[in-house]
Write a protein of this length. Structure first.
Ligand code: PLP
Length: 398
């Protein structure tokens, strides 16, 4: 019988997508479902973005384009990085891809040999591990509990780095916890990292979604010597409400950008002209839609925390960014809901979907089975209703 390559036995579809699809399926069957499962921003970009796309269509060349990305798009992104306080990168340091996911895959593909050690703080974004598994990496998990606000401490990093460590995965603000590292915390991690010759993959795609004036601080700002090992990942998906347009970026040492350009040449050639023009307009045009959404999400975050504080036994470190909260739900394990024993996070999320029609993602999908992720970008009226249902669900535990 003809078979697949052995690496495919390690590949699996995104667990988050599966749950989101299940929620959609139930809704299509007529069930009253509120989905807090998928991390989509749920807003559309400003008119200028659509106008740029229409203009590009008018002048479409219909031809293949640059493997790196057109200069106008590269410059628009470099401008946005500079506005965020990260400067000193040129076109030779950057490349585009089909969303941050593709760029991440390109970078990991370029760096990882089977058996290489990769440090991953948990909870982590599910796809990191999906990608690393396919590539045969040895994943080393660094557990960051709710008590430490899900943030990695420098001493954990120091204890985990070995001569075999190749890559450290860092995501700030974090999906799934919404945690944001302070300037001091970033400086402390940078001071440890600078002692080691390892690649640092900094996934910054939520950098514009930060609340409470904490600000976004970066490892390369804290320690410029890290520039030769930090790889910055970014995307228009979350910042501009454009996840379906599929544009992502990488910045780093020239060899990294060049590797991504080569892999683009091998696998995709280029992003479409219309998409490039829309992305450039989003990055360099007015930022008011993003700012407005950030304020709105911060107010929603408050509502989520207020609601969770009314649930006996639940703890939820205060998220300062992205649009997620990650409460610890282990108080419910072993208890019963309408006669069903809730053995673990998956059982809790399943019972919640079955009984009150709310879809959340079990923490085990992110490497932390004591938690559950809620993404609060749903339609406005759904948030109070969904939160009330969650409160009711946990209020019914025996
Ligand atoms: N990185 C993180 C932390 C994410 O949460 C996501 C999407 O959810 C991505 C990367 C992928 O983003 P993109 O839509 O640009 O592929």
């Amino acid at each position: 019988m003809l078979t697949l390559a052995p690496r495919m036995s390690r590949a699996q579809p995104s667990a988050i997508m599966e749950i989101a699809l299940n929620a959609k399926r139930l809704a299509a069957q007529g069930r009253d479902i509120i989905s807090f499962s998928i991390g989509v921003p749920n807003f559309l970009p400003g008119d200028h973005v659509y106008q740029a796309a229409r203009d590009a269509l008018e002048h479409d060349s219909g031809q293949y384009g640059s493997n790196r990305g057109p200069e106008a798009l590269l410059d628009a992104w470099l401008g946005s990085l500079e506005r965020a306080g990260v400067s000193g990168y040129g076109r030779e340091n950057v490349a585009t891809g089909v969303g941050a996911k593709h760029v991440l895959f390109n970078v990991l593909y370029a760096l990882i040999e089977e058996g290489d050690e990769v440090l991953i703080p948990t909870p982590y974004w599910t796809s990191y591990v999906d990608m690393l598994d396919v590539l045969g990496a040895k994943n080393v998990f660094l557990p960051c509990s709710a008590e430490q606000s899900y943030k990695l401490r420098p001493e954990q990093l120091a204890a985990a780095i070995t001569p075999k460590t190749r890559v450290f995965m860092f995501n700030n603000p974090s999906n799934p916890t919404g945690m944001v590292y302070t300037k001091e915390e970033i400086a402390a991690l940078a001071a440890e990292l600078v002692k080691h010759d390892i690649w640092i993959l900094s996934d910054d795609i939520y950098r514009e979604m930060i609340y409470d004036g904490i600000g976004w601080h970066h490892l390369v700002q804290a320690e410029p010597k890290l520039r030769d090992r930090v790889i910055i990942i970014d995307s228009i998906s979350k910042t501009y409400g454009m996840p379906g347009w599929r544009v992502g970026f990488v910045a780093g040492p020239e060899i990294i950008a060049k590797a991504c350009v080569t892999l683009n040449s091998t696998a995709i050639t280029n992003l479409p002209e219309v998409v490039n023009a829309a992305a450039a307009a989003a990055l360099s045009g007015p930022q008011d839609v993003t700012r407005g959404k950030c304020e709105e999400f911060s107010a929603r975050r408050d509502k989520v925390l207020e609601s969770f504080s009314r649930i006996d036994g639940m703890t939820c470190p205060r998220p300062h960014g992205a649009f997620y909260a990650f409460p610890n739900i282990s108080f419910a394990f072993g208890r019963k809901h309408r006669g069903v024993v809730l053995t673990d996070d998956v059982a809790v999320c399943k019972a919640m979907l079955d009984s009150v029609g709310v879809a959340c993602v079990p923490g085990s999908a992110f490497g932390d089975p004591e938690g559950m992720r809620i993404s609060y970008t749903c339609k406005e009226h759904e948030l109070p209703d969904g939160l009330a249902r969650i409160e009711r669900f946990f209020g019914e535990l025996d």
